[in-house]
Ligand binder design. Structure first.
Ligand code: ADP
Ligand code: MG
Length: 335
């Protein structure tokens, strides 16, 4: 039996989790969120956060598209984004690399210079790792962080009646990837979005105390809304006309024969935040000028997960990146 035939990446993770104990009195949240949450008995009461993400050459990055500096930045940022999604602050990082035997030292040093740049930006300290040889380059980063319990944002905390909001603009990374994959010239902003993305740790202090459920957008908005619904036992409605599409995406969509909305809903690697929030708390964010966009609302589970199109037609909200689905290409994809 192949992995795609059991339902893909997330069905596989569920199966694998059955092989090992997944509960412990100190484990506040384990498999199923952006990071594990551990009550380490710290004197300040903060929980420990731990997340891990891996980038594989020719799957997540291509050395002919991305500089080592860009790959270093991206490898750190995708982990920082997961800590941000928990409402937390990143701390210590462990980097394991598999390097092909012919890899140039200069290339690895530039990779680490890129990592260091992202670490400085986000207050992350490199605390260890592992170095081995392999067929192709693989970078696996484990990032620790901490969060005060009132700011902890789980995927499971959404409730019907809350608004669904996103930070920033969506679809830029996927549009950049589509142009690169088609061998077309990608504008600098889309190249940067795909090859050396930023994440929204900067908005966490404003958003985390007021939000309910939160997740980062690494697999596309549609997939992340579905993750929140799965974990919270709710439904959701996303309004297509409200989805903030990155300004350069429309041209890229035209050039590559895609729908700009698809880039935003299914593309992935935007590393923006999606969160649910009560209407009064959303008003507080708006009053403070925090730049977020309402894209829909949380509904009862029985209402399903719905996408309302611009013409009023409603369809099931589906799509998103899955490593084992049949539709993915060999291009550098979501994490
Ligand atoms: P994200 O996109 O936020 O990085 P993932 O989709 O990679 O999250 O993973 C979802 C959840 O499944 C996380 O809690 C992660 O720790 C867990 N997970 C992923 N792969 C495995 C695995 N091979 N074994 C155990 N847990 C896993
Ligand atoms: Mg995540």
């Amino acid at each position: 039996m192949k992995i795609h035939s059991i339902g893909g990446e997330f069905a596989l993770i569920e199966r694998l989790a059955r092989h090992a104990p997944v509960t412990h009195p100190d484990l506040v949240a384990g498999i199923g969120d952006d990071a594990a949450v551990i009550d380490g008995g710290r004197s300040d009461g903060h929980y420990l956060l731990a997340t891990t993400d891996m980038l594989v050459e020719n799957r997540h990055f291509r050395r002919d598209w991305a500089t080592p500096r860009q790959i270093g930045i991206k490898s750190v940022v995708c982990n920082v984004s997961d800590i941000a999604a928990m409402g937390g602050t990143p701390t210590f990082m462990f980097v394991s690399v598999a390097l092909a035997p012919h890899t140039e030292v200069d290339w690895v040093e530039s990779l680490y210079a890129g990592m260091a740049e992202a670490c400085r930006r986000h207050g992350v300290v490199l605390a260890g790792g592992d170095t081995v040889t392999g067929e192709s380059i693989t970078i696996s980063i484990t990032l620790l962080g901490s969060v005060s319990p009132p700011n902890l944002r789980l995927r499971s905390h959404a409730r019907p009646g809350e608004l669904l909001c996103v930070t920033g603009h969506l679809g830029g990374s996927a549009a950049g990837l589509a142009l690169l994959a088609a061998g077309m010239e990608a504008p600098d902003d889309l190249r940067e979005k795909h090859l050396a993305p930023a994440c929204r740790l900067d908005l966490v202090p404003a958003i985390a105390p007021l939000a309910r459920a939160m997740i980062d957008i690494s697999d596309g908005l549609a997939a992340e809304v579905n993750h929140i619904c799965d974990q919270s036992g709710t439904g959701a409605e996303i309004v297509a006309a409200e989805v903030p599409i990155h300004p350069s995406v429309r041209t890229a969509a035209q050039l590559t024969g895609n729908d700009p909305l698809d880039f935003a809903l299914s593309g992935g690697e935007d590393f923006e935040l999606l969160f649910s929030i009560s209407p009064p708390n959303h008003q507080r964010l708006a009053d403070r000028g925090v730049p977020v966009t309402v894209v829909g609302r949380v509904t009862e589970a029985a209402s399903g997960r719905i996408l309302t199109h611009c013409d009023g037609k409603q369809t099931i909200l589906s799509g998103g990146y899955d490593h084992f689905s049949c539709r993915q290409t060999d291009a550098a994809g979501a994490d």
